[in-house]
Design a protein around this ligand. Structure first.
Ligand SMILES: N[C@@H](CCC[C@H](N)C(=O)O)C(=O)O
Length: 301
């Protein structure tokens, strides 16, 4: 037995999404059905599935849920947030240019710009390790310009190797590594495939983690690759870009208040953070509809 499902395929800086409309009728698919949709051979193909729904409370315009390609529901998605606002505009679900939306990780305010890009107010970052969550018990941080770097042991083929990282939550958990520690100045040469899955599943991160590899180019420019929790390496990660800028500013590598250019393999994101504990992180980037379609989805998997 199959069910027919309409969808819209979107991408933001190459991070791609299947967007589903649940504003008129509830849609509750199983993790296996989400995995099927995300599958690049048997389904549509996507890093995440976005499920757009009605406003859960009067102070927002919509709610939307985010499911990773592995079928697990998560709190936040920066590139997805930008695609969400383009989707509700293109589908005629709103005429507003500033939209408030509830996600599992909080409330976001999104502004659609005239040039086609979208700015998202991602709210203030969380840097308290236990709230990321990161288990820092028995570890001592290396303090740098007021920021903290933690060293964890990551299992290599035969040995354990120390990896130094900053921990940040943008509503979802991130570990940010400066690639200079891997004896390279080029993010293309960073050990993302080898270390990404090990950091993602490291026992010190009880909810697993998105693992970011950052190359500092200048105080206002970085290059970034992210091995995403529940997906693998993606062409861009919006919350990962925000977390990298927060970590870079706190550690004195990047300039507070500047428009930081974050070059990902899928395009450019611009991130701004004032550096204060309650300052919101602002992210600006592209959001594009790729195509619309209908898929026969197995009804019971
Ligand atoms: N691609 C996203 C992040 C999606 C969720 C992430 N994989 C997680 O598990 O937290 C982004 O653009 O932020």
């Amino acid at each position: 037995m199959t069910m027919r499902l309409r969808f819209t395929k979107m991408q933001g800086a190459g991070n791609d999404f299947v967007v589903l409309d649940a504003t008129r009728a509830p849609l509750d698919l199983s993790p296996a059905q989400y995995r099927f949709l995300a599958d690049r051979r048997f389904g549509v193909g996507a890093d995440q599935i976005l499920i757009v729904g009605p406003a859960p409370t009067p102070d927002v315009d919509f709610g939307y849920r985010i499911v990773n390609a592995d079928g697990g529901e998560v709190e936040h998605c920066g590139n997805g947030a930008r695609c969400f606002v383009r989707y509700v505009q293109d589908a005629g679900l709103t005429t507003k240019n500033v939209v408030r939306v509830a996600v599992a990780g909080g409330v976001l305010e999104l502004r659609a710009l005239d040039d086609g890009r979208v700015t998202v107010d991602m709210g203030a970052p969380i840097i308290e390790p236990a709230q990321v969550p990161f288990d820092a018990s028995g570890l001592r941080a290396r303090e740098l310009n007021g920021g903290a770097l933690w060293t964890i042991d990551v299992a290599d083929s035969a040995n354990e190797r120390p990896v130094e990282l900053a921990v940040v939550s943008m509503g979802n958990p991130h570990a940010v590594m400066n690639i200079a520690q891997f004896d390279t100045q080029d993010v293309d040469a960073a050990p993302v495939a080898e270390l990404g899955p090990k950091v993602e599943a490291h026992p010190r991160f009880p909810r697993r983690v998105n693992a970011g590899f950052m190359q500092i180019v200048s105080p206002a420019e970085i290059r970034l690759r992210v091995y995403e929790r529940g997906v693998g390496e993606t062409l861009a990660c919006g919350t990962g870009a925000c977390a990298a800028v927060v970590a870079g500013v706190r550690l004195g590598w990047l300039r507070a208040g500047a428009q930081i250019g974050v070059h990902t393999r899928g395009g450019l994101l611009t991130i701004e953070w004032g550096g204060g504990a309650s300052d919101p992180v602002l992210m600006t980037g592209p959001a594009t509809r790729v195509f619309e379609g209908e898929i026969e989805l197995p009804a019971t998997i």
